[in-house]
Design a protein around this ligand. Sequence first.
Ligand code: ZN
Length: 109
Amino acid sequence: MYEDKWRRLRIWTYSSYAMFGLGIPIAFALSFPTFRGADNYFVPCWFGASVLVSSVAASFRCPRCNKPFFKPSFLAYSGWTKKCVHCGLPEWSADAPGRKRDRRSGNAS
Ligand SMILES: [Zn+2]
């Protein structure tokens, strides 16, 4: 039921981790061996792209209530929550709570 939205969250979350994690060795490699120059073009672009991708992941909307999953209010952010701060839908839940469903049988999609 919610698989497509969770997949989108997973893609954006892992993309933000990858973007942040890969930027450091790339900046190192680009500036090797003088360790100058990468800060002129790569680091600002990398930082801006990291912020952008992280913001997309952070603004994820709950599949059930369609409110911001991680944001209880305008300036508050709860990045480590495991359930929707508005309706309580558990993160990665396959279906609405209360409906029985075997995750292992899954669907073929
Ligand atoms: Zn919700």
